[in-house]
Design a protein around this ligand. Structure first.
Ligand code: NAD
Ligand code: UFG
Length: 350
């Protein structure tokens, strides 16, 4: 049976690009849609370098309904994997309307096109953030979500989950898979793909990378007075390639109705431990200082990934050491690439 074509929204982004590589390697035919608001066009060249395939690319904003319809008119898609969205928590507090418009209206436009063109399968990038504050830090899919959310970004994820549930009620043929990611870090082992946000980052690993590259003087650790063994917050970090593979597993097990899966490792690592492992891997101490807690941070949160293992046959394989090794390799290779690009543009100027 043909696997059918996939539309990957946000496919030049961090998680999207790694998933595109895994999809191509698993034999899927796909097209990418992205407005490049947080990614760069040369990701497409690297996807080609890695896979020998250059998927059709649509430089389109999900908010542009007319252009989106044209993509669906020609696309003949069977499935949508929906990564596109804004994800900076702090920015979402400062600019909530931008987040609601981009994430919610963007998804509504996508779903309207899917309905119109009879595309009834969607995998959605949700987040551990929908669990909010729970009595138990080990998040299970059966927990009530959407309570005590601390920022508009998290609320958009929760609201989209609810919209998808309504769509599945409207049309029982719809197949919706919601993947709740924990903390994705790392890079492709080739060093060709990794996390390269267009703006100043606010997640831990991209900041560590900027400190290591000398762009930021030191890492500020937000709080060392939490009720954890070393006082710093604990999270469930997952290698982005494991996460990408989770999408292939989910795709192969899609079914009618709504399925929800945590994609995480099941174990927690503290901020200070992350700093230590990174310093060991880079053989250099990472400059850091302790500062005040960041408002809205939970002390400890990690996934119970057993449902994904049982139903999708998926579990994480890569370790924190792998995450650090691949991050460093990506840092080194991208610094080299930037240097070469600089030389190239000097030549052009000559
Ligand atoms: P990313 O910013 O690297 O990728 C998102 C991509 O979507 C970007 O390339 C951006 O240009 C594109 N985009 C944004 N708005 C768009 C629009 N209106 N139209 C078209 N393209 C648009 O982020 P990522 O880390 O790869 O995250 C992918 C998804 O996973 C996001 O939905 C994010 O919220 C979710 N998620 C990420 C994390 C994380 O820590 N990285 C954790 C949980 C969930
Ligand atoms: N941290 C620091 N210093 C920094 C940045 C982060 O100490 O400069 C700490 C945070 O306080 C937290 C940990 O590092 O304890 C991880 O922080 P991130 O911002 O990397 O990740 P969060 O767990 O806060 O949230 C991330 C995404 C959310 C997503 C969530 C779960 O930002 O969108 O993971 O997937 F929902």
């Amino acid at each position: 049976m043909s696997k059918g074509k996939i539309l990957v929204t946000g496919g030049t982004g961090y998680i999207g690009s790694h998933t595109v590589v895994e999809l191509i390697e698993a034999g899927y035919d796909l097209e990418i849609l992205d407005n490049l608001s947080n990614s760069k066009i040369d990701v497409l060249t690297r996807i080609d370098e890695l896979t020998g395939i250059s998927p059709k690319f649509h430089d389109i904003d999900l908010l542009d309904e007319a252009k989106l319809r044209k993509v669906f008119e020609k696309g003949d898609f069977k499935t949508v994997i929906h990564f596109a969205g804004l994800k900076a928590v702090a920015e979402s507090i400062k600019e909530p309307l931008k987040y609601y418009e981009n994430n919610i209206t963007g998804t509504l436009n996508l779903l309207k096109c899917m309905e119109e063109f009879g595309v009834k399968r969607i995998i959605f990038s949700s987040s551990a953030t929908v669990y909010g504050e729970q009595d138990n830090p080990c998040c299970v899919e059966t927990m009530e979500v959407g309570r005590k959310l601390t920022n508009p970004y998290g609320r958009t994820k929760y609201m989209i989950e609810e919209i998808l549930r309504d769509v599945a009620v409207m049309d029982p043929e719809f197949e919706v898979t919601i993947l709740r990611y924990f903390n994705p870090v790392g890079a492709h082992a080739s060093g060709l793909l990794g996390e390269d946000p267009n703006d100043i980052p606010n997640n831990l690993m991209p900041i560590i990378m900027r400190v290591a590259a000398g762009d930021i003087a030191e890492l500020s650790i937000y709080g060392n007075d939490y009720d954890t063994p070393d006082g710093t917050c604990i999270r469930d970090y997952i290698h982005v390639v494991d996460l990408a593979k989770g999408h292939i597993a989910a795709l192969e097990k899609m079914k009618r109705g709504v399925q929800v899966y945590n994609l995480g490792s099941g174990s927690g690592v503290s901020v200070l431990e992350m700093v230590k492992v990174f310093s060991k891997a880079s053989e250099k101490p990472l400059p850091h200082k302790m500062v005040e807690r960041r408002p809205g941070d939970l002390a400890v949160t990690y996934a119970d990934p057993s449902k994904a293992e049982k139903e999708l046959g998926w579990k994480t394989e890569l370790t924190i050491d792998d995450m650090m090794r691949d991050t460093l390799n990506y840092l080194e290779k991208s610094a080299k690439r930037k240097k070469e690009d600089g030389k190239q543009s000097c030549k052009t100027l000559d």
